[in-house]
Design a protein around this ligand. Structure first.
Ligand code: HEM
Length: 461
C-alpha cells in the first residue's frame, strides 16, 4: 500500500546495479506515473523484469514481481522487514499504533489478543447479520433508479462491522463516516506523497477539515467504547476481548491503545470489503454471461432465499466470482516494506532503508500466470487453479505473519452479500460513467460506480 511518483535511475550499493528506468525516458515517465501509477508500475515490471530499481520522491524504491521474491518479502524475510514509512505516514495519523502498522513484540501481543475474535466459528456466526444488513440497505432501492453502488456497499459493510465487532449500530451516521474516511485517506496520502508539507497545526482549509473529520471518527469510536463500559451484561465480541485484555504486568490497554485498535478494525474491516463488493458488482454488470451463470447457480441452490455459511461449498461459481473480483481489483493493491538490514533477492543485495514493493495489481494481472489475464473469467478458478498457482502470485489478503486477520470474515461477507442481492437485482453501469481505479491506500473507484438497479422478475420486494 504505497505509491510511486517521479522516478529516476537508481542502483543499490551492492555488487549488481538493479535494472530500471534511466536517463531521458525517465523524465517523461515521472509524469506518466503521476497520471497513471498502476499502469506505469505494471509497465516497469514488464519492461525491466522481476526486480526493478527506481526513485520516487527522491527515495530509492525496489519493485519485485517474481513470485519467489514476493514470498521472500512477505513470508521468509519477514523478520528483517518493517511496514514502509510511507504506509505509516499515510495511515498512521488516523490509525495510531493499531494492528495494521504496529511492529515487533507490541504488534505480536495485540495480534494474539485479537485473533480469537476472528476464529472461523465466531466469524461464521456473523453470517445472518451480514445478510440482514445487505437486505436492509436494499429496501431503500427503487427498481430502475441509479445509485453509486460503491457508496451503497460502504453503508452495508460499515453496519456489518459495527454490529458484529462492536455490538452497536451506526446507520444514521454512515454517510458522515464515509465522507470523513474518504477525505482523510486522500488528505494523509497526499501529504505522505508530498515532500513539502504545510505543517498540520497551520489553520489551512484542508488542515481544519482534516481535524473536523478526524474528530468525528474519534468521537464515534470513543462513544462505542464508553457505551460498552457502561454495560453490565457481558458480551462476547471483539471490543470485549480488547477491553478485558491484560498486559503481563496486570495493566489494561490504555484508552489511546483501545482507540487505535478499535479505529483500525473499524476502518480495515469495512472499507476493503465494501471495495471488493463494489468492484465485483461492476465486473458482473459488464459481463452479463458470467452474471447469468452466477444467477443460475444461486437460484438452483437457494431458490431465492439468502445463503448461509453451509451453502457456500455448494456454490463454486459464486466462490470463483469472488476470487476473480479480488484478482482484477484487489482492494489492497500494493504491499510496501522497508528493510532494517541488507536483504538479497536473487543476485541483488538491497542495502538497508529501501522501500520494497510487491503489487497485487501487477502479479494478479500477469499473463505469465493467468491466461487472458485482463479478462473477468470466474471459470478459471473452477478446476483447482488456486492450488496450482505458485505462492506469491495471488495474494489479495497479503501473506505471512502479517496476513489479513479478517480474511475469512471478508470473504464470507462478500460471498453472502452477493448471493443475497444477485438473486433480487441486476446492476448495470450508467452509459458514459467513468470507472477509474484510484490507488489510494486502497484501490477506490475515483468517481464512484454509478449503476442502474433493476429488480429481477419474481423478486418479492
Ligand atoms: C476484501 C477485504 C479485505 C482485503 C482485500 C484485505 C487485505 C489485507 C491485506 C493485504 C493485509 C496485509 C497488509 C500488509 O501485509 O501490509 C491486511 C491486513 C489486515 N487486515 Fe485486512 N483485508 C480485508 C478485510 C479485512 C477485514 C474484514 C478486517 C477486520 C475485520 C481486516 C483487518 C485487517 C487487519 C487488522 C490487518 C493487519 C494485520 C496485522 O498486521 O497483523 N481486513 N488486510
Amino acid at each position: 500500500m504505497d505509491e510511486i511518483a517521479g522516478a529516476k535511475a537508481t542502483s543499490t550499493n551492492g555488487k549488481h546495479k538493479l535494472p530500471g528506468p534511466k536517463g531521458l525516458p525517465f523524465l517523461g515517465m515521472a509524469l506518466e506515473i503521476r497520471k497513471d501509477p498502476l499502469g506505469t508500475l505494471q509497465w516497469m515490471a514488464r519492461e525491466y523484469g522481476d526486480i526493478v530499481g527506481f526513485q520516487a520522491l527522491g527515495m530509492p524504491r525496489v519493485l519485485l514481481s517474481r513470485p519467489e521474491f514476493v514470498q521472500q518479502l512477505l513470508v521468509l524475510d519477514h523478520a528483517k522487514l518493517r511496514k514502509s514509512p510511507l504506509t505509516k505516514m499515510a495511515v498512521g495519523p488516523l490509525l495510531g499504533q493499531g494492528l495494521l502498522i504496529s511492529e515487533g513484540d507490541f504488534w505480536r501481543r495485540q495480534r494474539r489478543l485479537a485473533q480469537p475474535a476472528f476464529h472461523r466459528v465466531r466469524t461464521n456466526a456473523y453470517a445472518p447479520v451480514m445478510v440482514e444488513c445487505a437486505l436492509e440497505q436494499a429496501k431503500q432501492w427503487r427498481g430502475g433508479e441509479a445509485r453509486n453502488i460503491a457508496e451503497e456497499m460502504m453503508k452495508v459493510t460499515l453496519e456489518v462491522a459495527v454490529r458484529t465487532l462492536f455490538g452497536t449500530s451506526l446507520a444514521s451516521d454512515s454517510e458522515n463516516i464515509g465522507r470523513a474516511t474518504t477525505f482523510l485517506m486522500r488528505y494523509h496520502l497526499s501529504r505522505a506523497r508530498t515532500p513539502w508539507r504545510v505543517p498540520r497545526f497551520l489553520p489551512t482549509p484542508a488542515n481544519r477539515r482534516a481535524e473536523r473529520e478526524r474528530d468525528l471518527l474519534d468521537s464515534m469510536v470513543y462513544r462505542i467504547i464508553s457505551e460498552r463500559k457502561k454495560e453490565t451484561q457481558p458480551r462476547n465480541d471483539l471490543l470485549t476481548l480488547l477491553m478485558a485484555a491484560m498486559h503481563e504486568d496486570g495493566t489494561q490497554m490504555t484508552e489511546q491503545q483501545l482507540r487505535d485498535e478499535t479505529m483500525t478494525l473499524f476502518l480495515a474491516g469495512h472499507e476493503t470489503t465494501a471495495l471488493s463488493l463494489s468492484w465485483t458488482w461492476y465486473l458482473l454488470g459488464e459481463n452479463p454471461a458470467a452474471e447469468a451463470r452466477l444467477h443460475e447457480e444461486l437460484y438452483g441452490v437457494l431458490g431465492g432465499r439468502p445463503a448461509d455459511v453451509g451453502d457456500l461449498e455448494k456454490l463454486p461459481y459464486l466462490n470463483a466470482v469472488v476470487n476473480e473480483g479480488l484478482r482484477l481489483y484487489p482492494p489492497a493493491h500494493m504491499m510496501a516494506r522497508t528493510n532494517a538490514e541488507p536483504v538479497r533477492f536473487g543476485g541483488y543485495e538491497i542495502p538497508p532503508g529501501r522501500t520494497i514493493l510487491a503489487s497485487q495489481w501487477i502479479m494478479q494481472r500477469d499473463p505469465r500466470f493467468f491466461e487472458d489475464a485482463e479478462r473477468f473469467l470466474p471459470e478459471r478458478w473452477l478446476d483447482g487453479l488456486m492450488e496450482r498457482l505458485p505462492a506469491g502470485v495471488y495474494f489479495p489478503f497479503g501473506d505471512g505473519p502479517r496476513r489479513c486477520i479478517g480474511q475469512g470474515f471478508a470473504f464470507l461477507e462478500t460471498a453472502l452479500v452477493i448471493a443475497a442481492l444477485a438473486q433480487k437485482f441486476q446492476f448495470r453501469l450508467l452509459p458514459g460513467h467513468p470507472v477509474v481505479p484510484e490507488p489510494l491506500v486502497t484501490l477506490r473507484p475515483k468517481y464512484g460506480i454509478r449503476m442502474r438497479i433493476m429488480k429481477r422478475a419474481g423478486s418479492d420486494d
